[in-house]
Design a protein around this ligand. Structure first.
Ligand code: 5GP
Ligand code: ZN
Length: 115
């Protein structure tokens, strides 16, 4: 979609540090990492928020989690563990209106999921 930052990353109009890519999904390093590992896993389909996910996206959402699994093993942080976060809407502070899954790890994360 026209002015979507993540669509621009998908289309290589904006550079990013890509860690995984195939026809359905792209994963790249967050430009402002919250932890030593902070990867954004993003479907290439432009879906604005989690509220816009529909039944037709069933396989895609499953595929995203399979991709996270694959990346965690390939990048060797699967065993140490990690956290997956997806923000939705105002109270979450969602900044980019193209759904994405933050994969965070590389250190012992706080006990609280939210502050
Ligand atoms: P949100 O708050 O929408 O869940 O997360 C958006 C994330 O995208 C933020 O963590 C932010 O650092 C990251 N981000 C925003 N713009 C860019 C960009 O141009 N490149 C990369 N690699 N990450 C970005
Ligand atoms: Zn988009």
């Amino acid at each position: 979609m026209g002015d979507c930052i993540f669509c621009k990353i998908i289309n290589k109009e904006i550079p990013s540090e890509i860690v995984y890519e195939d026809e359905k999904v792209i994963a790249f390093k967050d430009v402002n990492p919250a932890a030593p590992i902070h990867i954004l896993v993003v479907p290439k389909k432009h879906i604005e928020t989690l509220l816009d996910v529909s039944k037709e996206d069933k396989d895609l959402i499953s595929y995203i989690y399979q991709t996270i699994n694959k990346i965690a093993k390939e990048q060797k942080f699967a065993q140490n563990g990690f956290r997956v976060i997806a923000n939705c809407g105002k109270d979450s502070g969602q900044e980019v209106m193209h759904i994405h899954f933050h994969v965070i790890g590389g250190k012992k994360l706080g006990d609280k999921i939210v502050d």
